[in-house]
Design a binder for this molecule. Sequence first.
Ligand code: PXL
Length: 282
Amino acid sequence: MQKQKKVAAIHDLSGFGRCSLTVIIPVLSALGIQVCPVPTAVLATHTGGFGEAVMKDMTGFITAALNKYKELEIDFDAVYSGFLASSEQIDCCLDFFKSYPKALKVADPVMGDHGRIYSTYTKELCDRMGELADVADVITPNVTEAAILLGEDYPQFLERDKARSWLKRLRERAPAVVMTGVLLSEGCIVNVCAEKSSMKLVECDYVPQNYPGTGDLFASVLTGGLLKGDDLNTAMNKATAFVQTAVTVTFTHKTEPRNGVNFEKCLSLLAEEHVFLERGEL
Ligand code: PXL
């Protein structure tokens, strides 16, 4: 049997609303991957729609946890960063990435969505997020985050040529890029990826509702796929299909959008594939 993979997940723990670690842990676990959470902050809820954030900043904890892992010689197959609570946490993540040079380095440059920056984010933190992109193997910005990384204004939609040029410029920062939630000028919403000279696109079904945590769902399925040997395009397609299914299920349940995506009943879709792949290897 192959050795089980381990991911250090440097994200916040938000108690209610289904985002970051409360999504990442179950998704990667369902894919048969061990998640080692390194909380950047502990919050009562996510920051999208529950009033002022109740948040405990965990900046000091990240370096202490890293030192402990080094002392114990615990190795990680991937280091995956996301929502941060302070600009100093950029340095903590850089240290983490540098400490595991053989690990897959995934930086989800979490900063905002739909043209709005998350309420707890400072300008300094946004200005420094690109430093993680510069050392990562894979980055997964949505359009809002891509605009910030590139110093562009948030666009309502992108022409195909513009989407290609944004991907090319993001590729100058990281060898593999997936940009999510791109509304093309012809009217469809796509996820796009670029690696080496290739650029691919997958169309997403339109669901007339936004939910928090979809970026975390997407990036964790993508990370799991890459760790299991999928190429970037395959991992993007699987992550897109999973998020689409979970969002469609949620929309049909008509639950409050701020409560997040009802992904729990969909986890078996990931687990089944895992069982199938493990059987194949035997
Ligand atoms: O899904 C991104 C995210 C992560 N963490 C917190 C958030 C959000 C988005 O709203 O508020 C705390």
